[in-house]
Design a protein around this ligand. Sequence first.
Ligand code: AHR
Length: 511
Amino acid sequence: MNSRFFWVPLLVFAGFVRKPEAQPLHAQISIDLDRYTGSIDSLIYGNFTEHLGRCIYGGIYDPGSPQSDRFGFRKDVEQAVKDLHVSIIRWPGGNFSSDYHWMDGIGPVAERPKRRDLAWGGIEPNLVGTDEFLQWAARSGVQPYICVNMGTGTLDEAKYWVEYCNGAPGTYYADLRVKNGHPEPYHVRIWGLGNEIDGQWQMGHKDAADYGKFALEAAKLMKWQDTSIRLVASGSSNWGADWMGWNRTVLEYLYPYVDYLSLHYYTGKTGKDHYQFMSSIDDLDRKIKITAGLIQETRMKYHVMHPIYIALDEYNVWYRAFNAQHLEEHYNLEDALVIAEYLNCIIRNAAVVKMANMAQLVNVIAPMMITGDSLWKQTIFFPFQLFATYCHGRSIDAELEAPDHLLPDGKNLPLLDISAVRDDGTHTVALNVVNRSADSSIQTQIRWFGAVLGGPGTAYTVNGKELSDENSLRSRKVGIHTDPVAFSGNSLTYTFPAHSFTMIRIPLVGK
Ligand code: AHR
């Protein structure tokens, strides 16, 4: 026997001979730095806190914890909100908001009623109400966004909530706020006209016309209270056959008063393979474009002068943890890639999506978790953090030629998903790339046209060994890895590793 062949099985057994890597696939990206596709509103880096499970109680508010401040709110959560660069937070729900009576949550805490929470079960103690939430938002450096009760609530409740928050002293509810310790108006700018009223699971569910009529009256009274507020109509969350009809009817009623139409979009992997899961955001992309068309239709028909934008005010991966698990979803690398795809999609549609809120902030389908007195960061924290830190300014056009994966329904899924941003404030460009391939790296020729790139560039990568890698209190398998990027002139060849998200950020030197 030839002794060379004798050694090979032994070496393989001992792990010395590695399986040869598959040849990298190839792709091309061309970016036109002067071809803007929309200005990016920083409100797309929003989040959401609902009275649900351990999001408020045991999440942002945890008076027994040594991590908490004198108000009972956790300092580690506040710090993580700042690290995540969250711009705006929606509150108090969600489904919870459709039976929330805000006057239960003001005034002396000992006198506040306890109520059954019919949305999620359990008892709502009303320890965190309007003043506590708004003061926490200010300390955390985020803009508040209040969703009013259009389920079991009344027109008066909606009208007086605006007065309580924003009115100058001298009227009953503004004076009540003063009495409760806050003389200055809070100036809450963004208000939601209810939550998911299109869903039969919603308390006070209505058909589109009934919602439109009721919300129109609420909208009038709220804007007459404070003309500076911006209103969000409850758009589609129930993606049945008539979701477009819902949006069209709601717009027909509400166009004189609303500034945004909301969409809620969750995705999950149940019943799908990796590539089908990675393709789910293409469906969101189509729904955004169709909704943008419906908005244009209404604006054209009624000669509406003011813009109406889309607020994607609930989105996330959510398919494992429901009520019994208090929605405490544990995220893996694959989910983080889907979050990067959501953000790519939002950036590509920056001309019309002007607010987006990841649902939710802490513990409940969330980027951060609390275990005892410690906070740890889930995989989905990191793509959000990169986008919210670095992707401001304008969305720019990026052309992609990439290999496809054939999906079971016969569609071709490009293995790369991209977006690009030019920020004239920091004089940088950022290219965001998800490599959807489960096993192949993709060597990509990238060319920028229209401005001169300076140096040095940086690549921020979110990746792990396996798509199933999760973080926990004790181990961080997925985080951000930073590398310098070398390029010549305005082009660069970069190999995106399998199952990764990469942001390449390069300074501009000028024209
Ligand atoms: O975020 C969890 C829930 O999902 C919200 O309460 C509801 O609006 C949506 O269905």
